[in-house]
Structure formats: structure tokens, C-alpha cells
Design a protein around this ligand. Sequence first.
Ligand code: FES
Length: 62
Amino acid sequence: MYVCICKQVTDSEIRDICREGCVGFDEIQKKTGVSSQCGKCCELAKSIVEEFTHTTSFSSAA
Ligand code: FES
């Protein structure tokens, strides 16, 4: 699904970058350009990064 229409960034692309070791939204933004134009995708993009981070932490703890 497209998260950012302006830069044509998908949720899969954001998750793939997270899996490669990305540490936060700022890095995702630098790599993809997400939320660098109109900004309407900012909250959704951040929530995907946070969701991934929480999932990873939980999996690591188990
Ligand atoms: S939808 Fe992402 S910057 Fe516009």
C-alpha cells in the first residue's frame, strides 16, 4: 500500500528498510523521501516505523 503518494513510497519499502537496520523515521525519510513534500503521510509513516520497532523488541525479548 502506498504510504506516501508524493514520493511513491510503500509500507513494504519502509518495513524492508527497517529490517536492514534502520534506526528511525529520520533515516527512513532520508532514504525514501517520505514526508518531504506535502507531509500528509508523516503520521502514518512514523506509525509504521514505531510498529516495526515495537514488534522487533517484543520478538527479541521472547
Ligand atoms: S504524501 Fe508523502 S509527502 Fe505528500
